[in-house]
Each structure stands twice: as C-alpha cells, then as structure tokens.
Ligand binder design. Structure first.
Ligand SMILES: [Zn+2]
Length: 421
C-alpha cells in the first residue's frame, strides 16, 4: 500500500507529526486496524499490492440459513436499524447525520462514499449542543480512541459512547458530522454523495453481552473438515476468553465464493469486505476465513475497522488466514487451536471497539486508564503480554503466551458496542 494517512484540511501543517503517529499506530497500511498479530515479532509485513480486485462472485443464496440467524437482529427489539439515506456532503464537504435518541444505550453511524472518496467523522454533538467528540482531540494524541476520525478509507464507522467514561446517551438529537476528502485524505472534496445508516441499541445491561458473528467461508474452505473442526474449537476457546468479562459470541457459518487469498483491509480492498458483509444479516459481524492475507502468512487476521460496521460496508469484515493460525505446517495442534481462538477473539475485539493497549512502537496506547502504559518490549510483555489485545504474539518454538486477560475498561468498550446485545 502506498496510501498514507492524511490530514483533514485544517491540520495540514501538522502532517509530519501526525504521519509519524500514524506509522506508530500501524495504520500506514491503509487501516488503523492493521493487525500486528504477526506470526513472529520481526516478520516483515507483506504489503497488499492494490490488486485490481475482481468483485468476488457473490453467492446469491449465502443467507440460505438465515433462519438460523439471530431474530433480534432485525426485530427492532434491541438493535434497531435505520434506513440507508444518501445525501450530498455539499459545498463544505461536510454533512451532519442526525441520530434521534429516546432511551437507547448506544448508536452506530456507518457511512460510505458513493465514489471512493475518503470519509471521516469530525465531531459528535449531544442534544444540548455540547461537543462530546472532536477529531482534533485525538488526531495527534498518543492515545487511540476510534478509527472513525481518520480519513483513509472509503467509508467510516463510529460507535457512541465508546468508553465507560464517555457520557451516556441523553434523549434528543445527536449530530454526527462527516467530512469527505480526496484520496490524499487531506483535501476536502465537496458535493460527494454519502450513504449513511444509523443503528441504535437499547440493551442497558452492561454486565453481559452477546455478539452475533457470521463466519464467511472463502471458497472451498468449508470442504476442509479439519479446518471446520478447528474453527469450531477455536470459537469455544474464544467464548472462554470473552466470558471472563461477561461477553459471549454466537457464531453461524455462511458459504461464499470469495477468493481464499484474502486482501488486507484497505481502501483498495473494500469490495471484498463489502461482499462479505452483504452476505450476513444486519446486526451480525462478518468474519471471512480464507487461506492467506496479503499473499502470505505473516498475518493471522486483520479487522476491517475500529469499530466495525454491522451493516454492509467496505469496512465491514474481519479477514482471517487459516494457514498462519495453523502454525505453518497446515495442521492444528492444541497450541495452534489456542492461538487461533485468541486470534478470533482479538480481531473481533477490534471490531467491537478495542484498540491495542500499546502499539508495537511502544509510543502509542489505548484510551483506557486501566491498561498500563509501558514503553519498551520487556516491560510491555511483562505487564500486558497476557492481555487479549496485546499487539503481537509472544512465542517460543512450541507455543505462544496465552492472551486471555481483558480489563474492566476493555469490558466497558465491548459492552457499549452497538452490535452487543
Ligand atoms: Zn490487533
């Protein structure tokens, strides 16, 4: 990928600093969620080379087993899906999405550019007119709150509130301001059609939560009985890990004809993520299991965005390459299964809003106060190496350190995700 994170126009002068921060955050590959869960610490990143993506052939009947899908996804009981609305970003290159709140706990706004312009969230104002999120507070910060403020993708997704310390929703109208930019991510691009969808959630139980995930098999993957079995066992372990903070995942499986050589999520690979997210039910998290990511096995998995959308979107899936999870020999050992389950738990952890507690630069941290702020490999591995969201695997020849820890504030983020019911 050659695309670097850019700046909204007002911050052009600060580019050197913020681009450095971007590289530290691992978003130079086109996504703030580029996962550092690489197969080894010093594995060279294999860059996705902007493929002229064939739109993957969609399995028109990929939702044949929709009867097994969560009925709450579209029932309006807990998670309510608004209509998709298309409107122009106007002469200012900005538009306000109004979100009406009565008694809901959380909302999500998913926006997609109609012509591959870059979109980002600039601010959120609450019903009193107070600004509760502004991009300027987080762009240069050494703490990563949300991927929504960055202008590198052809869409954006914001979940609000994000943390326990963010103000709970109040009845009234919130305004989510979205900006449209050229591919450089810097230059405002006015008069762009933006399609946006608002999802709200009225589950006020922040102690327990369920996320519905549809695992989308890339073409041919479900013919591999060993992979199917390993994935089911990995999901069991994932539930053990998430269960520590009252989170549970319900998984179903969907067939597809998506190429098992998966791309890394980026502005260039949105078609694949859109295809996968279009095969699942609204309200579900889409996760593609294929063979490889970006042509190699240095990545276990990559989330499409932090947070991830639960309606069709070019940000709307997680990619997982099974070969790297099987440890390179193509056979899942018990240690591999533990790792695989923790990779799934980690990547969907990103999708529900979690960032790494520390990035591999050791100079950028999450926006939570109960994960230590370490600043070198030794201290970070000692203090955070067992946290589920640690950015890389700590492995010896036989196995990797198990990452099963989630903190109270990480739980708070997961429980406030609009897809958590
Ligand atoms: Zn990660």
């Amino acid at each position: 990928m050659t695309m670097a994170r850019g700046l909204p126009r007002a911050r052009l002068g600060a580019s050197a600093l913020t681009l450095a921060a971007c590289a530290l955050a691992g978003c130079d590959g086109g996504s703030p969620t580029d996962d550092a869960a690489t197969a080894s610490l010093d594995a060279a990143r294999i860059e996705a080379d902007a493929p002229g993506l064939d739109a993957p052939g969609l399995d028109a009947h990929g939702s044949d087993d929709a009867a097994l899908a969560p009925d709450a996804a579209t029932s309006g009981e807990i998670v309510e899906l608004g209509e998709a609305v298309t409107e122009s970003s106007g002469s200012a290159g900005e538009l306000d999405v109004a979100v009406t709140i009565t008694d809901q706990r959380s909302f999500m706004v998913v926006a997609t550019s109609e012509n591959a312009s870059r979109l980002s969230v600039l601010s959120i104002t609450d019903p009193s007119g107070a600004t509760v999120l502004r991009w300027q507070d987080w762009w240069d910060a050494p703490h990563f709150l949300t991927g929504a403020i960055f202008t590198e993708r052809t869409g954006t997704t914001i979940n609000w509130p994000i943390r326990a310390e963010d103000p709970p929703l109040e009845p009234g109208t919130y305004l989510v301001r979205i900006g449209s930019y050229r591919v450089d991510g810097v230059t405002s691009r006015p008069d762009i059609d933006v399609t946006h969808t608002t999802i709200t959630n009225r589950d006020h139980d922040l102690a327990d939560g369920v996320v519905h995930v549809a695992i989308v098999w890339a073409q041919g993957m479900s013919d591999d009985a060993a992979l199917v079995d390993a994935t089911a066992r990995a999901v069991d372990h994932w539930n053990e890990v998430w269960g520590g903070v009252g989170m549970h995942v319900e998984v179903r499986y969907v067939e597809s004809t998506i190429d098992p050589a998966l791309p890394e999520p980026s502005a260039m690979s949105g078609d694949v993520l859109l295809a996968a997210s279009s095969l699942v039910m609204p309200g579900e998290v889409a996760m593609i299991v294929g063979e490889t990511i970006a042509g190699g096995t240095s990545l276990y998995g990559v989330a499409g965005h932090i947070p991830g959308p639960i309606v069709p979107s070019p940000l709307g899936a997680i990619v997982v390459g099974w070969l790297s999870n099987a440890g390179g020999d193509g056979v899942f050992s018990d240690a591999d299964l533990t790792l695989y389950g923790e990779v799934l738990a980690h990547e969907v952890g990103h999708f529900v809003g979690l960032t790494h507690p520390v990035e591999r630069s050791y100079e950028m941290w999450d926006a939570l106060t109960d994960t230590p702020e370490c600043s070198d490999a030794a201290s970070c591995e000692a203090s955070l190496g067992t946290n589920l969201m640690f950015p890389y695997s700590i492995c010896d020849a036989d196995s990797c350190v198990s990452t099963t820890i989630l903190t109270d504030q990480q739980r708070g983020v997961m429980q406030r995700y609009t897809g958590t019911r």
